[in-house]
Design a protein around this ligand. Structure first.
Ligand SMILES: [Zn+2]
Length: 381
């Protein structure tokens, strides 16, 4: 077996959007004070440190990665938007690419580098150089739409890599599962009219963006039925996420029959995230990874690439990242930090699907049954 690839570059840690006023719109002092935005370099740097510390890095295949080309980014973004990000980064030195997507000098090149990491992971998997891969990149991408950055995202890394895979003939049909706690509105938008890409979003209901991610956003035109939103209630936990994957993602994936599976791997559904309230444990992320690996084995020769998105607990999200990458390798290192799982195991949502989550899953199944043969909803009563 060719192994598990890691797309990572230390320069990715140089993107630093600095302190900013919190709030949308931000209230001036004394109602809020400037503080470092949640998307700090450390949240990705610490995952790499854990991989190094526990001896995982030498077991990974390092993937060559460089900045995406402008042509690659233009597969998803308008020329006008790309130019604007360049001008803010180079001329102004600081600014916002849209809504909550701050950037500073050098961020343009680092945005290209993140997209390049996603492309490197997808190409390595799709062409069989590695069995599976993780692109440990930042800034994240899944909120960025064609003409605007949003929510820390400058360029939509996973959408750029998926579109390139289609254009280059690396894949004909791609399943994208987005398990970031926020709705992957940018990825939805990129493929909303596309039947070659099935996009399934699991996210906390109306967290961010508050006006997207609803169940009835099913795609349009040729893409009708190829966009799936599962807006889960706060507190859903491991059991609800696994139920969503088993009841919705797996049957759809078997019918769609992708030849490549991608995951927008946000770690902000974790139980300690300052921005999310979904209490998923590191073991939960490990299990979700295993389920997606089994699915990829069944459908497409194991071709699975995960692209890093959010995840803002600097202490716990890196443990989730370590668990995911260990699972891709099929190993479990003897690291004591995963003892934090004892606390997670005490939480009811780790083991039980709550009634509110059951109700959402039932609604999604009911609506999506127009497009897919799906199991009968499990009664919540
Ligand atoms: Zn997120």
């Amino acid at each position: 077996m060719p192994g598990t690839g890691l797309a990572y570059h230390p320069h990715l840690l140089l993107h630093d959007a600095g302190p900013a006023l919190v709030g949308d719109p931000p209230e001036p002092y004394p109602y809020s004070e400037a503080e470092p935005i949640a998307e700090v370099p450390r949240r990705v740097g610490r995952i790499k440190e854990l991989l190094d510390h526990f001896g995982v890095t030498p077991r990974l295949v390092p993937l060559d990665m460089g900045p995406a080309s402008i042509d690659d980014v233009a597969r998803i973004h308008t020329g006008e938007y790309i130019q604007r990000v360049l001008e803010i980064s180079v001329k102004d030195g600081v600014g916002d690419a849209g809504q909550g997507a701050r950037l500073t000098r050098g961020s343009f090149e680092l945005g290209l580098l993140a997209a390049g990491g996603a492309i490197a992971a997808v190409e390595a998997v799709a062409t069989g150089r590695v069995s599976n891969a993780y692109a440990l990149v930042r800034p994240p991408g899944h909120h960025a739409i064609s003409w605007r950055g949003m929510g820390f995202c400058l360029f939509n890394n996973i959408a750029i890599a998926a579109q390139k895979a289609l254009d280059e003939g690396w894949a004909k049909k791609i399943l994208i599962l987005d398990w970031d706690v926020h709705h992957g509105n940018g990825t939805q938008d990129a493929f909303f009219q596309e039947s070659q890409v099935l996009v399934i979003n699991l996210h906390q209901d109306r967290l961010y963006p508050a006006d997207s991610g609803y169940i009835d956003e099913v795609g349009e035109g040729a893409g009708t039925g190829f966009n799936v939103n599962v807006p889960l209630p706060a507190g859903t936990g491991d059991a609800g996420y696994l139920a969503a994957i088993e009841r919705i993602v797996l049957p759809m994936a078997h019918q769609f029959a992708p030849d490549l599976i991608l995951v927008s791997s946000g770690l902000d559904a974790s139980r300690s995230d300052p921005l999310g309230r979904m209490v998923v444990s590191a073991e939960g992320y490990r299990k979700m990874t295993r389920v997606m690996m089994t699915l990829a084995d069944e459908l497409c020769g194991g071709r699975l690439a995960l692209i890093h998105e959010g995840g803002y607990s600097q202490s716990y999200a890196p443990i989730c990242g370590l668990a995911i990458i260990e699972e891709l390798l099929g190993i479990r290192t003897p690291n004591g930090m995963l003892g934090t799982q004892v606390q997670a195991d005490r939480l009811p949502p780790t083991h039980t699907v709550g009634l509110d989550a059951e109700a959402v899953l039932a609604k999604v199944l009911e609506l999506q049954r127009q497009y897919w043969a799906l199991p009968a909803a499990v009664s919540a009563s």
